[in-house]
Design a binder for this molecule. Structure first.
Ligand SMILES: [Fe+2]
Ligand SMILES: [Fe+2]
Length: 306
C-alpha cells in the first residue's frame, strides 16, 4: 500500500471518530505533533510542582502543609504517567528530560512566574488547576487513545486539586482583611498569565492537532468556558479583576476582547525569558543531577540476588 493510500485510510478513520493506538500506523506529522503535545503536558506537570513546592513552608497549618504536599506528589505522578505515554511515540524519557532542563522544549506559561505568599496557593489550586481541568477534560475525547486513558486518572485527581484550591480560597475570602488582600494581590498578578494559559486564537485551517482530532476544541472556546465558569464565582466573593477585565455580554457570557490582552509576556516566555524561567530550570537541572545516583543504582544488575 502506498503512503498516500495509508494516509487516506488514516484520515477517514479519524474523520469517523476512530482512535489511534501506539502500535498503529500513523502519519509522521501525527506522531510528531502528538509527541510534542504530550511531552509539553508532561513537562508542565513536573515544572508545576516547583512553584507549589516553594509555597510549602508558607502553609498556615500542618493539615494545609500535608494536603499541599500530597497535591505536589500527584503532579509529579501525572508527569510520570505522561512521559511514559510520550515515550511510546519514539523519544526516550531521558532525551525528553535533557531537552526540558536545557530549555529546548516547553512548559506551560503559568509555571514561569514567581510565588510570594499563601494567596498564590489558592489561585494555583483553584483557578490554574481549574483552567487546566477545562483543557484536559476536552482532551478526554482525543484521537490518541493512550493519552485519553491516562487523562481519565489525571482529571479525577485534578478534580480533587480543584476542591483543595477552592477550600483555601473560601477560607481566605471569608477571613480577615489581610487574608482577602492576599487573595486579591495574587489574583492581580495571575490573571493575565491565566488568560494566556489557553493560548492565542486557534488557527483552525493550519492547526494539525485540531485536524487530526488530537485536540477537540479551539483555544478561544476553552477560554470562554473557563471565563463563564469562574468569573461569576470570583465576583460573587467580592474580588475584582485587573486588566484584561471581563465584561458581561447580553447573552450572559463573560467576554475578554482580544485587543485587551497584552501578549508580550507570553512571547517572552516562549523565548525562555519568563520572570522565573532560568531559576526554575536550574532547580530542575540540579534535582536531576542530585538524583543521578538513584538512577545508577536502579540500572545496575541485582548482583546480590541469591
Ligand atoms: Fe496535574
Ligand atoms: Fe493539579
Amino acid at each position: 500500500m502506498t503512503y498516500e493510500a495509508k494516509l487516506g485510510g488514516f484520515a477517514d478513520h479519524i474523520a469517523q471518530g476512530g482512535k489511534v493506538e501506539a502500535e498503529d500506523w500513523m502519519p509522521d506529522d501525527y506522531r510528531r505533533g502528538v509527541l510534542k503535545f504530550i511531552e509539553m503536558h508532561a513537562n508542565s506537570e513536573i515544572m508545576g510542582a516547583l512553584p507549589e513546592r516553594e509555597c510549602l513552608p508558607m502553609a498556615p497549618t500542618l493539615r494545609r502543609k500535608m494536603s499541599l504536599a500530597a497535591k505536589i506528589q500527584d503532579e509529579v505522578g501525572h508527569a510520570q504517567l505522561l512521559y511514559r505515554v510520550a515515550e511510546d511515540l519514539g523519544k526516550s524519557r531521558d532525551a525528553m528530560y535533557q531537552d526540558l532542563v536545557n530549555g529546548r522544549s516547553k512548559f506551560h506559561n503559568v509555571f514561569h512566574y514567581p510565588v510570594f505568599h499563601w494567596g498564590d496557593v489558592a489561585i494555583i489550586g483553584w483557578l490554574i488547576d481549574g483552567a487546566a481541568l477545562v483543557t484536559q477534560a476536552a482532551l478526554l475525547d482525543s484521537s490518541y487513545a493512550p493519552y485519553t486513558r491516562v487523562l481519565k486518572r489525571i482529571c479525577s485527581e485534578e478534580q480533587l486539586h480543584l476542591r483543595h484550591g477552592e477550600h483555601i480560597t473560601m477560607e481566605l475570602a471569608s477571613g480577615t482583611q489581610a487574608q482577602r488582600d492576599m487573595f486579591q494581590d495574587a489574583l492581580n498578578r495571575w490573571w493575565l498569565p491565566i488568560i494566556h494559559f489557553f493560548g492565542p486564537k486557534s488557527n483552525v485551517a493550519k492547526d494539525l492537532l485540531l485536524r487530526w482530532k488530537v485536540k477537540t476544541r479551539t483555544n478561544e472556546d476553552l477560554r470562554q468556558e473557563f471565563l463563564d465558569r469562574y468569573v461569576p464565582k470570583v465576583l460573587e466573593l467580592g474580588f475584582s479583576f485587573p486588566t484584561p477585565v471581563p465584561t458581561r455580554a447580553e447573552s450572559g457570557q463573560w467576554l475578554i476582547k482580544d485587543e485587551d490582552i497584552d501578549w508580550d509576556p507570553l512571547d517572552a516566555i516562549k523565548r525562555n525569558e519568563g520572570p522565573e524561567t532560568e531559576r526554575r530550570l536550574t532547580t530542575r537541572r540540579d534535582i536531576y543531577q542530585g538524583h543521578r545516583w538513584v538512577r545508577e543504582v536502579l540500572a545496575e544488575p541485582a548482583v546480590h540476588a541469591a
